[in-house]
Design a protein around this ligand. Structure first.
Ligand SMILES: C[S@@+](CC[C@H](N)C(=O)[O-])C[C@H]1O[C@@H](n2cnc3c(N)ncnc32)[C@H](O)[C@@H]1O
Length: 230
């Protein structure tokens, strides 16, 4: 099994429906805070099920939801197909978008599943598709020194605040025996120091990235925001 198969199948990365709903609500709120104008064209790359995408779409002109997993794209189309300003696209369809057509690109919790080469290729694509002055946000990037135990304690803290602590405890036990843990042991997750990530972003033609608060519930992970020079 690869990461792609994992995301395309049924998984229990969210410990309960409430966890999933609160997660996607928080990610949508964080994304909306960075939308530069009500007519902005936005790309959420590696969007997952994007449960709160209707709220994001209401805050921008057009929202492209990009997902590599065909089954997830199908769910997104069922859920959001009726909304005129949402397009569900594959990574190949992102490559086919007109150059200089996007105002904001966001990739949350995606980079850890990409090789460095895949990330560099995507950075070039995002740079080409953004308008001059447009912004790229890479969020929930994992630094090398954060252990799975920190992830677990941050999940428990989020669960405590969100009222799904029992489900989170059961979920952590499930994860310990799951395909996710096996894949994490087999392939690992890509991690970056802040300096290495900033250098990769600059090498792709972006300005020096800013470091806003991380998206979602885990402040031990990092967010980078970089403009394509005008
Ligand atoms: C951890 S989930 C994150 C989902 C969402 N961004 C969030 O923050 O909840 C990673 C998602 O990225 C998708 N993905 C992995 N590689 C991708 C790629 N190269 N292009 C687009 N999506 C990808 C996976 O199928 C999965 O749904």
């Amino acid at each position: 099994m690869s990461w792609r198969d994992f995301w395309n199948g049924e998984h229990s990365i969210y410990v309960s429906p409430r966890h999933k709903a609160l997660h996607y609500r928080a990610i949508a709120s964080d994304l909306i805070a960075h939308i530069p104008s009500p007519d902005a064209v936005v790309l959420d790359h590696g969007c997952g099920e994007a449960l709160d995408a209707a709220r994001v779409a209401a805050a921008c002109g057009r929202l492209n939801l990009c997902e590599a997993a065909p089954n997830v794209r199908e769910k997104l189309r069922t859920q959001f197909g009726r909304l005129g300003n949402i397009a569900v696209v594959s990574p190949e369809e992102v490559e086919a978008l007109p150059d200089a057509s996007l105002d904001l690109v966001v990739a949350n919790s995606l980079l850890q599943y990409l090789s460095r080469d895949e990330l560099q290729a995507l950075l070039r694509i995002w740079h080409a598709k953004l308008k001059p002055g447009g912004a790229l946000i890479l969020a929930d990037v994992i630094p090398p020194d954060v252990s799975p135990l920190t992830d677990a304690s941050q999940l428990l803290a989020f669960a405590g605040r969100g009222g799904f602590l029992t489900a989170a405890l059961a979920g952590l036990v499930r994860t310990a025996f799951s395909d996710y843990r096996k894949l994490r042991a087999q392939y690992g997750l890509s991690t970056y120091t802040a300096e290495a990530m900033s250098a990769l972003i600059r090498e792709a033609g972006f300005a020096e990235p800013a470091r806003p608060a991380n998206f979602g519930h885990n402040p031990h992970r990092m967010t980078f925001k970089a403009l394509k020079p005008a």
